[in-house]
Design a protein around this ligand. Structure first.
Ligand SMILES: [Zn+2]
Ligand SMILES: [Zn+2]
Length: 433
């Protein structure tokens, strides 16, 4: 068990008349779904509602709720930017029934003591089940492996030094070898620091035009190639985080074709935007890895469609207002995303016909769950209720005042999106409506 949440009473309800879409179960039907004490007990026409609460849902889509494998909850250490309570409230509002938090906090989650403290806080505060990845190296300094066995026993959902790469190939190789003992997935932020030092956006036409140091695609793909080679050599699985470059996607595709157990994730911002948007020098468009060229975006969308990249991950990275009010070059990397991910991807990929709704739903739920060995949210009799009710007709304007997150560094501020989360049920409990 690697997900933790507070005890909220389990729901008794009947969702009536929604279009039920579960691509993995092969369901696409208009029907009612009954939930008894947090468990799906019936799917069918005109179900007996007993004394249950009735949720009228005709014209809406009911799907398996989403899983986000990459969230920064900034806890411990920067609770002014996000807490477990605010971050999981944002997740619930975004339709998520499970999230995984990154360990690059203050202090770093590199000991069982820090991890145990977080688990205790999640049991008090988390509105949706939350898992914690622990660091690969102590203080994420890249010099000494953490006690991975002990951390796995204490509940670590996986391991990562996200925020930075594991610079030493030898260290990465040893970390991979530990997977055979812990069984917990290694997730890597691939970056070759000697190529990316002092850079702020993608190395391309826009960085040249603005005269700002550019982060080349090779700065990512070189490290992707190295880590895939190490995964193949050790025979251990590896997860590549926030892929941004076409060359990285091609490397992943080749590795998978050779039988390497490698998976990848992509963020909504890399799927929706290119470095063209960075001309505005809005600090809310500064992230690591950076927004890249049209051809990169096209390769990411195609890889997500084909399943080479199996998961959408927000890389939700809250920052305090004063940090993002700096100039582009001084501002930190990272944008929020939990509350806008579905609507952004529905608006920018599904409506223009670049991705089907079914594929998007799968890559936001079953795909990421499978990578980290979590139970797949599903709409089936006997399954715990992990449901998202979506209003695809509803348009809305992204507004800071509407965020549950403590931070508002969204790349979508002021934008109109279509598709809204109306309700989220996470592990049998109503987490958002
Ligand atoms: Zn990262
Ligand atoms: Zn991250």
């Amino acid at each position: 068990m690697s997900l933790f949440a507070q005890e909220i009473p389990r729901a008794n309800l009947v969702v009536c008349g929604a279009r039920i879409v579960d691509p993995v179960e092969g369901i696409d039907v208009v029907a009612d779904v009954r939930v008894d004490d947090g468990v799906i007990t019936a799917i069918g026409d005109r179900l007996d509602t007993n004394d249950h609460r009735v949720v009228g849902a005709s014209g809406r889509v009911l799907a398996p709720a989403f899983v986000d494998p990459h969230v920064h909850l900034r806890t411990p250490g920067r609770e002014d930017e996000e807490t477990i309570a605010s971050g999981t409230a944002a997740a619930a509002a975004g339709g998520y029934c499970a999230i995984l938090a990154m360990p690059n906090t203050e202090p770093v989650v590199d000991s069982a003591a820090v991890l145990t403290g977080l688990v205790a806080r999640a049991r008090k505060e988390a509105i949706v089940p939350t898992g914690f990845l622990a660091a690969i190296t102590k203080r994420q300094a890249g010099e000494e492996l953490t006690e991975m066995g002990e951390l796995a026993d204490a509940g670590a959902a996986g391991f990562t030094d996200d925020g930075r790469p594991v610079a030493s190939a030898a260290m990465m190789r040893r970390a991979l070898a530990y997977h055979a003992i812990t069984g917990r997935r290694l997730a890597v932020h691939c970056e070759e620091p000697s190529l990316t030092k002092g850079t702020h956006l993608h190395a391309g036409a826009v960085s040249a035009e603005l005269g700002i140091g550019g982060y080349p695609s090779l700065g990512e793909s070189l490290c992707v190639e190295r880590d895939l080679a190490l995964a193949a050599d050790t025979g251990q699985p590896l997860h590549l985080m926030h892929l941004s470059a076409r060359e990285s996607v091609e490397a992943l595709e080749r590795a998978q074709a050779r039988g390497t157990s490698a998976t990848g994730e992509v963020t909504p911002h890399h799927l929706c935007l290119t470095d063209d948007a960075v001309r505005s020098l809005d600090p809310n468009l500064k992230m690591n890895p950076p927004l890249r060229a049209d051809s990169d975006r096209a390769a990411l969308i195609e890889a997500l469609r084909a399943g080479t990249i199996a998961a959408v991950a927000t890389d939700h990275a809250p920052h305090a207002r004063e940090e993002k009010e700096l100039t582009f070059e001084d501002a930190p990397f990272g944008v929020t995303g939990l509350e806008t991910a579905f609507a952004a991807l529905y608006t920018h990929l599904v409506l223009p016909g670049l991705l089907t709704l079914e594929t998007l739903l799968e890559r936001m739920s079953a795909g990421p769950a499978r990578i980290f060995g979590l139970d797949r949210p599903r709409i089936a009799k006997g399954a715990p209720a992990n449901l998202v009710l979506l209003d695809l007709e509803s348009g809305w304007r992204v507004d800071e005042a509407g965020f549950r997150s403590r931070s508002a560094n969204s790349w979508l501020l002021g934008e109109r999106l279509q598709g809204r989360v109306a309700m989220t049920v996470a592990d049998g409990r109503v987490a958002f409506e």
